[in-house]
Design a protein around this ligand. Structure first.
Ligand SMILES: [Zn+2]
Length: 564
């Protein structure tokens, strides 16, 4: 047989978790034809040379809603072997939108996901109003496959206008929202995204609309998925309401659709909570309910200055200062009476919505600005404070004020306990993912989750087999999000394939690039050991370089595909 593409001499890891075997993969018309020892000719041959050949990874939680419009490859997910990304998470999306509400909607994405507003102003062409029109706009040119979720905040803004964060919806407005969700699902959206994260605000400092909706509205929107008979619900900030009164379990039971929520993780703010959470989801799964947490192989280490800091945003006196102008911040942080109040809030007992663990030993000085402070680089705030005989917060703010808010700090409070992370990533009750690709672009990102899982957790820590890890990144993720034609190397399925070296695969070093609209900069994290990324049977990346092709497609839900 003559193939379009033949990948020869690979270590085939098919995504099912079954043992790897030696063989070839034949591809024609964008689909996998056969797997095994294959003869025949091909228009194009990839010599895998014994490296791993696996299904392309599914990056199931991203915020490329804006970026995909100027960067159809969705860098840097594709560099880490991802061939499909899912956008529209956490209730945030860029459609539907009325012309007069564009800036307000973009402001939510900008403020919550830390994408600079001037980048969005220049980079987003706003050629759509409805959700299907947006899907059409991104579908014109794609490097990777993109699945979309319709975002509740966008839907609520569209239906309620300026008052979307202020009050309950009227019956007519709720009807309008249900209509938008239906229209989006009928156009092929993979589902709906909602949020219960009460720490997400727009640029004006108002809580984002989806977080203001009453529970009854969530059930009413979820019911549209039941009616249409397809889709998933993604929920940002879902852990607390699920643990409190099983909100997401109840939604899933009511609509018969899976609810994927953020996040099962180990975090210093809530020691031991991950164990309780894991026991909870095991119990839920045993009852046959699909309320499934996402988990994440990355340790989240955020770099920040006191100009863009979000660490203290859960505290009432801090929040308006953090949202204010730099001069006002300097004045507040220098004021001793104000300091006392800020200190008291930091020292208050941790609660479920705490945004800081009080673990000053996890907060490091990365880059002091003044020459006299150079010796502080690499020290954590707790030790600096101890040497000075100060409260850590005072040592921290003294330094920030002295350096006019330009000191760069880092804080890693999440997934630092390796034993806990190994148990979480190995759990069949959670889905691995959550890179947040496209978000927090000027901070450390988690876009390297796949290569971190394969390099650090599998090769170095040996917490699971390579076959199991590939399954976590492919079949488990694709099937959880209703992408049934991808995620396995199996005849008939789409030819999304990654060729990587299991001995070399790892995240690369981070640097800064100025490649965003309006001369915007972002952190870049590439990968090592990823040799080829193939999307729909065409090579997208070869040794990290773009081939110039755009083989990606907009992913559609199962009902849409059955009709098409
Ligand atoms: Zn998110």
């Amino acid at each position: 047989m003559a193939y379009d593409l033949l990948i020869k001499n690979g270590r085939i890891i098919d995504g099912s978790g079954r043992p790897a075997f030696h063989g070839d993969v034949g591809v024609s018309n964008g689909k996998i034809v056969e797997v095994g020892g294959l003869g025949g000719s091909a228009r194009q041959v990839i010599e895998a040379d014994g490296r791993a050949v696996a299904p392309g990874f599914v990056d199931n939680h991203c915020h490329y809603d804006a970026q995909v419009l100027w960067d159809p490859l969705c860098t840097f997910s594709c560099d880490h072997g991802s061939t499909s990304v899912i956008i529209g998470n956490c209730s945030l999306a860029l459609a539907p939108v009325k012309a007069e509400a564009r800036e307000k909607l973009a402001g939510m994405l900008s403020y919550v996901e830390a994408i600079p507003m001037d980048v969005l102003k220049e980079g987003v062409p706003w050629t759509w109003e409805t959700f299907p029109e947006y899907m059409g706009a991104i579908g014109r040119r794609l490097g990777v496959n993109v699945g979309t979720l319709v975002g509740h905040s966008a839907v609520r803004l569209y239906a309620m206008g300026e008052e979307c964060s202020d009050r309950d919806a009227t019956a007519a407005e709720l009807d309008a929202m249900r209509g938008i969700v239906r229209q989006s699902l009928e156009a092929g959206a993979l589902g709906l995204s909602i949020t219960r994260n009460m720490n997400h605000f727009d640029i004006a400092g108002k809580r984002i609309p989806a977080a203001c909706a009453p529970e009854s509205e969530l059930f009413a929107l979820a019911d549209v998925l039941r009616e249409v008979g397809t889709g998933v619900i993604q929920c940002g900030g879902g852990t607390n309401p699920e643990m409190k009164d099983k909100l997401l379990s109840r939604i899933s039971q009511a609509c018969g659709r899976p609810v994927m929520y953020n996040t099962l993780l180990e975090q210093a703010r809530q020691p031991g909570r991950w164990k309780e959470h894991l026991a909870h989801v095991e119990e839920t799964a045993k009852q046959g309910i699909r309320a499934i947490p996402l988990c994440n192989p990355g340790s989240v280490v955020n770099r920040f200055t006191m100009k863009n800091c979000q660490v203290f945003r859960g505290m009432p006196t801090w929040l308006p200062i953090l949202q204010g102008a730099d001069e006002d911040k300097l004045r507040a942080y220098s004021d001793s009476a104000k300091r006392a109040v800020l200190r008291a809030e930091v020292d208050a007992p941790l609660g479920p919505d705490s945004t800081f663990s009080k673990r000053w030993d996890l907060m490091f000085v990365e880059e002091p600005k003044l020459a006299k402070n150079r010796g502080l680089a690499g020290k954590h705030v707790a030790e600096i404070a101890k040497a000075k005989g100060q409260h850590p917060m005072d040592a921290f703010l003294d330094l920030a004020v002295e350096e006019k808010l330009e000191t760069v700090f880092s804080l890693g409070e999440i997934n630092m306990d390796t034993e806990a992370v190994a148990q979480i990533l190995g759990s069949p009750y959670a889905v691995v993912g959550l890179t947040d690709g496209g978000a927090h672009v000027q901070f450390h990102s988690n876009v390297s989750n796949p290569t971190r899982l394969l390099g650090y957790w599998v090769r170095e820590k040996k917490i699971m087999s390579l076959e199991q890890a590939v399954r976590r990144l492919t079949f488990d993720s694709a099937s959880a999000f209703g992408i049934y034609d991808r995620g396995l190397l199996q005849p008939g399925l789409a030819a999304d394939i990654v060729v990587f070296d299991p001995d070399e695969v790892r995240p690369g070093r981070e640097d800064v690039v100025h490649d965003f609209p309006a001369n915007g900069w972002r952190m870049r994290e590439l990968a090592e050991g990823i040799h080829y990324t193939v999307v729909n049977g065409e090579i997208l990346l070869e040794k990290g370089a773009h081939t110039g092709r755009h083989p990606g497609q907009v992913l559609r839900n199962a009902q849409y595909l059955a009709r098409a």
